[in-house]
Design a protein around this ligand. Structure first.
Ligand code: GUN
Length: 302
């Protein structure tokens, strides 16, 4: 059945926006190759067999292929010692033909995430998680913007969403999404210049704060958390959630749910990202852009 939405509602379709970024990158790679240069190369490491992580890394590798990047997928056993992963990272740091290194998170319990993140050469840290790169982001210096916040900024740009002077409410303060997107949206950059409120698990009056949001970024990882009564009419809604929710009627036994109750929020919003098909696809676009950036930085001064 056809649903009625806010009459000017824009569906922020990640497929269209990501395709535009990927086509641009594809052309840039083709030009490099035509000039006799090698293609950028991304190395992805997965430890264990987490179902969602498997899907993400497969998609990252596939997207590299689609635009002409080289890629290497390295699989390590769930039970490995931290030193095995550190050795692997060192090899990739030292490999001249590896431009980007990505260690898929989360990692098994015996491995300290921060130790791994800090072992990656900041010049190859296409996730932008290394403290050197996170610090640069805070100070507005050129860096690798973490892929999901980067993807959100590319999405805002593609759909020409006005952000200057708007109140952006970010729900979630993770290093991967909430914190960096709050910094970007408040920065003096295109698609920035918002007044930003960062909400988290200790926030009081969350509903009242959300109701003030011209833009809401939901990045807390709770399926269908953001309800219609928390959203102002005409708000722009960015849904970062990707949670697998068990559903016996679904082919795979689960459905992907966002952090936004889409069906009730969409009719009130001016623009909204779907899940799936929204921010998730843009994350890959951000990662690919970072990988080309890492490659270009390397050869810039030669
Ligand atoms: N796990 C969930 N999101 C991400 C991401 O952006 N990068 C990595 N490496 N792992 C993740």
């Amino acid at each position: 059945m056809q649903k009625a939405y806010f009459c000017h509602m824009i569906l922020l379709d990640g497929k269209i926006a990501a395709l535009s970024v990927k086509n641009e990158l594809k052309e840039q790679v083709a030009k490099l190759r035509a000039d006799g240069k090698r293609a950028p190369h991304l190395a992805v490491i997965i430890v264990g067999n987490n179902g969602a992580s498997e899907t993400y890394v497969a998609s990252k590798v596939k997207n590299c292929e689609e635009i002409g990047f080289g890629s290497t997928l390295i699989r390590l056993d769930e039970t490995i010692d931290e030193t095995v992963l550190l050795d692997q990272i060192k090899q990739l740091n030292d490999n001249e033909f590896t431009d980007g290194i990505l260690v898929q998170l989360p990692l098994p319990k015996q491995i300290k995430e921060q130790k791994i993140i800090q072992a990656i050469d900041p010049n190859k840290d296409v996730d932008g998680f290394h403290p050197v790169n996170a610090g640069k982001l805070v100070q507005g210096l050129p860096t690798f913007i973490p892929a999901t916040p980067y993807g959100i900024m590319l999405m805002l740009q593609y759909f020409n969403i006005e952000t200057k002077g708007k109140h952006a409410v970010v729900i979630g303060r993770s290093n991967i999404v909430g914190r960096p997107i709050s910094i970007l949206l408040s920065s003096n950059i295109p698609n920035g210049n918002c007044t930003v409120t960062v909400c988290h698990s200790h926030t009081k009056n969350l509903k009242e704060i959300c109701l003030q949001g011209d833009i809401i970024v939901a990045a807390l990882g709770k399926p269908e958390f953001l309800k219609a009564d928390m959203v102002k009419e005409g708000a722009v809604i960015i849904d970062v959630g990707i949670t697998r929710v068990e559903d016996a009627t679904a082919k795979k036994g689960f459905r992907i749910k966002g952090d936004v109750a889409f069906d009730e929020v969409a009719p009130k919003s001016a623009a909204i990202t779907p899940v799936p098909g929204g921010v998730g696809l843009m994350t890959i676009a951000g990662l690919l852009k970072n990988t080309l950036q890492a490659y270009s930085n390397k050869y810039q001064n030669r």
